[in-house]
Every structure is written in structure tokens, then in C-alpha cells.
Design a protein around this ligand. Structure first.
Ligand code: SF4
Length: 330
């Protein structure tokens, strides 16, 4: 079996403040294969974005701290790379599209300057060569009239166009891994679909892998190959997209899927009782237990281990319901 492009093992990331220690990511394992799209889903505050920022080492340290684990990219542990080496990885090998296209572009530089900066910095090109490549990129991300837009400022572009520029910057150096953190949250539904189609075609064309972070299960169904569901800093279920939608196991995953609107317009949507606990004050045992309608006594004491479903390592869940002794004792 070929080795994965990204292999995260037992990663724990916490934030140490005067008030408390916030455990944002708690011992997660994740793999992304070459050319694959893995989606991480979960409610706000579950650790999705901290996981992505940990991969790129973009967290301020302190207060952030890596407590355990490794993040291997092409076999190299990114957590042990000197900062100078890490700077070459960012943008070149791994790049990121952030949530907010409206605020991620610098208002005082033209769109062209901002795209070419990445090319000049990482590819050793002259400014004339970089401008040519920038024009090609603006065409590739389907910016209308790229010859005019290249010299315009961000405020002259619509939200959808700004997000296309962000994608052009992210793919400028043909990264092997693109991290897309809620790339369509700030956009309306039609533009969302255009941006997702664009990412999908770029992925096939360039053979990129994508780590997609979203709270939108509709986007996961349409766009990803595999999915990891996160809750309170842990991965509670991971499988192929098809398996997750057809045969969800973890009560939290089932709750998320039950809260999706179906074809029946009169159907009352279900919601998950309560709210995500504050990461500094997690309950003992399974962090989901105060909200779980299948909670057992054991859940309030012991953290559930990862359990493979039907003996398949492709589908795993962290829930005591699937541990043989629990089923007997409950
Ligand atoms: Fe619910 Fe227990 Fe499973 Fe947690 S371990 S999700 S509390 S059944």
C-alpha cells in the first residue's frame, strides 16, 4: 500500500492561558492519501481549524503547544522541521484557503501583486514571468476579464471573485496538499457551487490532495472521498463518505445526519440536545455523554477507544456502544 501524503498520529494541541489549559485537539490520528479529499466535519469549536493550523504550524507558540504526536508529510515530521524549512513547505507543498476572502486579501495591493508574490517568493521567477503566470492562474480560476482584473484592488471584486483570487494564490505553486477551511462559508449558494466545482476540477487536473474543513454535510457528500467527524478535539467517527451517510454509527454522527433537511418540507428537523462543552472544562469520560441519548454508566467515567467497525480499519468510531463487553453489560 503506498504511504499516505499526510499522516497525523496522536496529535494533541493545547492553549495555555492564565485562566486555563484549553485542549483543542486531543490525540487524533488522520491520514490523507495522494489525490484524495478528506473532509473534517463538526460544530464550531470542535478542533477542526486548530488541526489545520497545526499542520501548517501557524499557531502562535505560546500560548499554543504541541503536547504529543507527529505530523508526517511525505514521511517528514513537520513538527521537527526548522522554521526556515517550514517556510518552504508553506505555500509550496501545502497551502491553505482561509474562511474569509473579504478580509484575507491585502486592500492596498492589487490582485496581481498578491498572486505574483507567492510565485516570486517560491519559484524564483522574474516579475515579468510571474505576471504571465498570474494571468494564467486568474484564467484557470475563471476570473472574467483577467487582463483588467489583474491590476484591480480587492474592493473592486465581488466576494466570489475574491475567493477565486485566494484559490489562485493557494494553487500558484502547485501544492500537493490544499487545506480549504470553510472555503465557501461567506459566499451565497450559487457562488458556493461554482467554487466547489472549481476546486474539484483543479484537484483532478493537478492531482492535488485536499483537506476540506466544513460544518456542512451537504458539501461533504458532494465533494469528499472520506470523512472524519470531530467532537471536542477528538475524531469520533471516520469512514468513506458513502459509508458515513448510509451506515453512521456514532450517536453524534447520527444526530448531525438527522438534523439535515430531507425531501419532506413539513418534516420537523431533529436537533442535538445541549451544546458543545468548553474545551477547558470537558466532562469526564466521553465528552459527548451529557448530550447522548444512549449514554451508559461507563461513558461517564472512561474515554471511549477507537473501535473498527465490522473489522474494517476504513470505518472506525470512538463509542462504547460498539465495544463487546459494553453491549453485554448495558
Ligand atoms: Fe454516547 Fe457513550 Fe457512545 Fe459517548 S461512548 S457517544 S456517551 S454511547
Amino acid at each position: 500500500m503506498p504511504s499516505p501524503l499526510l499522516n497525523i498520529e496522536n496529535l494533541s494541541t493545547s492553549f495555555h492561558t492564565d485562566e486555563a489549559v484549553v485542549q483543542a485537539v486531543r490525540g487524533i490520528d488522520l491520514k490523507i492519501n495522494h489525490g484524495e479529499t478528506l473532509a473534517i466535519v463538526g460544530e464550531s469549536g470542535c478542533g477542526k481549524s486548530v488541526t489545520a493550523l497545526s499542520v501548517l504550524r501557524l499557531l502562535s507558540m505560546p500560548p499554543a503547544r504541541f503536547d504529543s504526536g507527529s505530523i508526517k508529510f511525505n514521511g517528514k515530521n513537520l513538527l521537527h522541521l526548522p522554521e526556515k524549512e517550514m517556510q518552504k513547505v508553506r505555500g509550496n507543498d501545502i497551502s491553505m484557503i482561509f474562511q474569509e476572502p473579504m478580509t484575507s486579501l491585502n486592500p492596498i495591493f492589487t490582485v496581481g501583486d498578491q498572486v505574483s508574490e507567492a510565485i516570486v517568493l517560491h519559484q524564483n521567477k522574474t516579475s515579468a514571468e510571474a505576471r504571465e503566470l498570474t494571468l494564467d492562474l486568474l484564467k484557470k480560476v475563471a476570473i472574467p476579464s483577467p487582463e483588467t482584473r489583474i491590476d484591480q484592488y480587492p474592493h473592486e471584486l465581488s466576494g466570489g471573485m475574491k475567493q477565486r483570487v485566494m484559490i489562485a494564490i493557494a494553487i500558484a505553486c502547485r501544492p500537493s496538499l490544499l487545506i480549504a477551511d470553510e472555503p465557501t462559508t461567506a459566499l451565497d449558494v450559487t457562488i458556493q457551487a461554482q467554487i466547489l466545482n472549481l476546486l474539484s476540477s483543479l484537484r483532478h487536473e493537478a492531482g492535488m490532495s485536499i483537506l476540506l474543513i466544513t460544518h456542512n454535510l451537504g458539501i461533504v457528500a458532494q465533494f469528499a472521498d472520506r470523512v472524519a467527524v470531530m467532537y471536542s478535539g477528538k475524531i469520533v467517527e471516520e469512514s468513506s463518505v458513502e459509508t458515513l451517510f448510509n451506515d453512521p454509527k456514532h450517536p453524534y454522527t447520527r444526530g448531525l445526519l438527522n438534523s439535515l433537511p430531507g425531501d419532506d418540507r413539513n418534516q420537523k428537523l431533529e436537533s442535538i440536545y445541549g451544546a458543545v462543552p468548553h474545551p477547558a472544562y470537558l466532562p469526564q469520560g466521553c465528552a459527548f455523554h451529557p448530550r447522548c441519548n444512549e449514554v451508559m454508566p461507563r461513558c461517564q467515567i472512561q474515554q471511549p477507544l477507537d473501535i473498527a467497525m465490522s473489522g474494517s480499519i476504513e470505518h472506525r468510531t470512538a463509542c462504547w456502544l460498539f465495544d463487546e463487553p459494553s453491549q453485554e453489560n448495558s
